[in-house]
Design a protein around this ligand. Structure first.
Ligand code: FAD
Length: 120
């Protein structure tokens, strides 16, 4: 088995923004790429909601579809506009997935995103 410290370091250093939330999208953990892409240090975003990243120009249907999917325990992938700490908007390719316990219940959500602004 891999040592836990290696698994932890892998998530910390993965070159994609990763966050772990509770069932209401309150942020419990962010990795280094999350801080780099969003501009928020861990102490500035842990305890806040993922909606801190949302930009008013993303249609509400996108969020409804996201929540519809993850509450059915399916992963959702899509593109939406996020707002960087400095106010700049960026296009995010986001995947949100449920994390399940041994009883098959959702305990957390994991978010993974990349800034794809430059690809457009
Ligand atoms: P909200 O108040 O969130 O409402 C938007 C819609 O979502 C409504 O239809 C509402 O009914 C539904 N909804 C909200 N919360 C729940 C819930 N607990 N259960 C069921 N339905 C619900 N958003 C971003 O903009 N950028 C991100 O990078 C991003 N990453 C996320 C990562 C994770 C792991 C999760 C779980 C969510 C993420 N979100 C992200 C979605 C975010 O939580 C907000 O729903 C979104 O930003 C819209 O915020 P809002 O305040 O405008 O609307």
């Amino acid at each position: 088995d891999l040592p836990f410290s290696l698994v932890r370091a892998t998530v910390d250093q993965a070159p994609v923004a990763i966050s772990i939330t509770d069932l209401k999208a309150n942020i419990l953990y962010v990795n280094a790429a999350f801080s780099e892409i969003t501009g928020y240090a861990p102490q500035e975003c842990i305890g806040r909601n993922e909606s801190m990243l949302s930009d008013q120009r993303t249609p509400p249907e996108v969020y409804r579809e996201l929540w519809g999917c993850i509450t059915r325990q399916q992963a959702w992938r899509g593109r939406l506009l996020n707002r960087h700490r400095d106010g700049r908007r960026y296009l995010a390719d986001l995947t949100v997935a449920p994390m399940l316990n041994e009883a098959g219940e959702t305990t957390h959500f994991i978010g993974m995103h990349r800034d794809i602004t430059e690809e457009y």
